[in-house]
Ligand binder design. Structure first.
Ligand code: SAH
Length: 244
């Protein structure tokens, strides 16, 4: 974890990470573009989330929403969604796309920490997917997610495990061999073990409800090759409940 001082104006942002995603902002809704894997994973994670919460009318915040791939699916399932991202370019794309889909989603350029300060205990559902490995201090985002939740509210995280197999698949294969995602998208030392994520969650008053892996099984379906598995060794999702 980086050395930093927690001053009131401290912001848990990596400018380099924001810039990286901004460069691809125009591609958010290109299902064959550089963010293709997020489109492929999306139905899988949505079905998994819906096992744990009823999204209909649920007040929801999507942290690190990008162009709104997950936010829009949450809204289509009936959730009242606020999407947060620090990349203005991506938020503009998200707003425009929600407009064409006639979805009412409140998109904001802000951090989870700042939004939590203004809206504590307001949300039934928080999603924070494929974000924690892009921020300097993931514990601070996890803490903000917990602060945003009402008692008994649920938060859904996803990130990448840290081990040689995870390196080989998410960096070696996905970035270099198969070129699914741009080179430099991920850095190995920002990956988070499930034991580390659950420890940070507990420190913020969350209890772990479920841990699932996201596996690549292209023989299942060409368009949706990712499936929920018990193997959390590479990409994984964790559901937590805010303790009363
Ligand atoms: N959650 C989305 C997008 C993941 S990509 C999905 O899974 O489909 C990661 C996103 O996090 C990018 O849009 C990037 O701009 C954003 N991001 C990176 N650091 C951030 C921060 N500190 N606060 C808010 N968003 C951030």
């Amino acid at each position: 974890m980086n050395n930093h001082v927690h001053t009131p104006d401290y912001q848990n942002i990596s400018a380099q990470e924001i810039e990286k995603f901004s460069q691809h902002a125009h591609e958010w809704w290109d299902e064959q573009g550089s963010l293709k894997t997020l489109h492929q994973i999306n139905p899988t994670r949505m079905a998994w989330i819906e096992q744990y919460v009823d999204l209909n009318n649920a007040k929801t915040v999507d942290i690190g929403c990008g162009g709104g791939i997950l936010s829009e699916s949450l809204a289509k399932a009936g959730a009242r969604v606020t999407g947060l991202d620090m990349a203005l370019d991506s938020i503009e794309v998200a707003r425009a796309h929600a407009g064409t889909e006639q979805l009412s989603i409140d998109y904001q350029v802000t951090t989870a920490e700042a939004w939590a300060q203004a809206h504590p205990a307001e949300y039934e559902v928080v999603t924070c997917m494929e974000l924690l490995e892009h921020v300097p201090d993931p514990a601070s985002v996890i803490h903000a997610a917990a602060e945003l939740l009402m008692p008994n509210g649920m938060v859904f995280f996803s990130t990448i495990n840290r081990n040689p197999k995870a390196w080989a698949l998410t960096i070696g294969a996905a970035e270099y061999l198969l070129k699914w995602i741009p080179k430099g998208t991920h850095q190995y030392d920002t990956f988070i073990k499930p034991s580390e994520l659950s420890a940070m969650a507990r420190q913020s008053g969350l209890e772990v409800v479920a841990l699932s892996g996201v596996g690549y099984q292209p023989w299942q379906s060409k368009t949706h090759p990712f499936v929920v598995t018990k193997d959390a060794s590479v990409n994984y999702m964790m559901a937590c409940r805010k303790v009363k």
